[in-house]
Ligand binder design. Sequence first.
Ligand SMILES: CC(C)(COP(=O)(O)OP(=O)(O)OC[C@H]1O[C@@H](n2cnc3c(N)ncnc32)[C@H](O)[C@@H]1OP(=O)(O)O)[C@@H](O)C(=O)NCCC(=O)NCCS
Length: 316
Amino acid sequence: MVKDISDPSLLDQILDATYPAWREGLSRQSYGSWNRALGMTAWAREHLARVGLVEGDEVLVSARRYFFDAQADGRPIKVLGIGAVFTPEHRRGQRLAPRLIEAMIDDGRARGCDVALLFSEIGADYYARLGFSSVERRRLTIEVPRNRRGAPAVLVRAAESSDLPLLSEISMLYSSGAGFAIDRPTSLIEFGVLRRRLLAGLGPSGLRSLEFLVAEEGYRAVAYVVVSRGPGGVVLEECGDRDPTGARVGAMLESLAERDPSQPDRTMHTVWPETFRPPQLQVIKIEPSPEVMMVRSISGVAPDFSRSVYWQTDVF
Ligand SMILES: CC(C)(COP(=O)(O)OP(=O)(O)OC[C@H]1O[C@@H](n2cnc3c(N)ncnc32)[C@H](O)[C@@H]1OP(=O)(O)O)[C@@H](O)C(=O)NCCC(=O)NCCS
């Protein structure tokens, strides 16, 4: 039976085992701090747990379990997220991971979940054999063209906690009409940003950084961007704009680029809703996203995943 793992020595066993695979450039101590800090956030306390199959004092296989509220064409649904599936090397090949995944799905069904969602790091075939299907996810490379007139007049500042309710409201605008979109309460946006911010802060200096900025009008945040820099390049993790064209996001990215006009590379990767097209930006490449998003229906509900809105911040 699937078991929630909260015992500190079992959690340490999992961190020791997963560290070589998922260290993200952190020391073992920082890897532990990062995991523990995330577990203490408001969102994680309610929605995230480490689960596994345990025999005596040995963790045979473990995973992260997420619960998300979501919408499928405006209908509320519940999503079971499965992440960080890991079997210690000496236990591999005994079908422990499939046993855990099936147990998590049975448990999810009993708790009212409609679909299971995961991001595979080992390609699609393994999880396809467990009944998961791939969701096409298109990564854009966008460029901020040079503007001879310099930076546009837009008031950009660092986001503060007090902005989060407005940003959550803006973010939820993109769920309406989507075949599938997870709900993005303030606590989830905070969790996603903190996850990256902590990773940047705990890791080697200069390896990663994160900017979370808002554009303000009349003392209210009306648009925002989350931009990360790291080994994967520059990523527009998420953004939002009260203006349906996304023109303010375009102006924000122009003004960010103009901070360092000598920087030759003005490109970044992003996955954003199909309808979102800030007029200032050029899409220079569209390709399959490197992360493999996979889903399996649990309750029989079959959302139209081809019309998904799923920001990079929420990839787990
Ligand atoms: C993938 C993993 C969870 C499987 O766990 P397990 O308990 O050994 O489960 P199984 O017995 O079903 O695994 C054996 C199968 O995994 C496949 N597998 C293992 N690593 C794989 C990889 N990197 N890519 C593709 N398939 C892989 C094996 O080819 C084997 O396939 P088979 O069923 O055709 O023989 C385990 O190998 C693991 O922990 N790997 C490291 C962490 C990881 O990559 N996790 C997945 C994150 S999405």
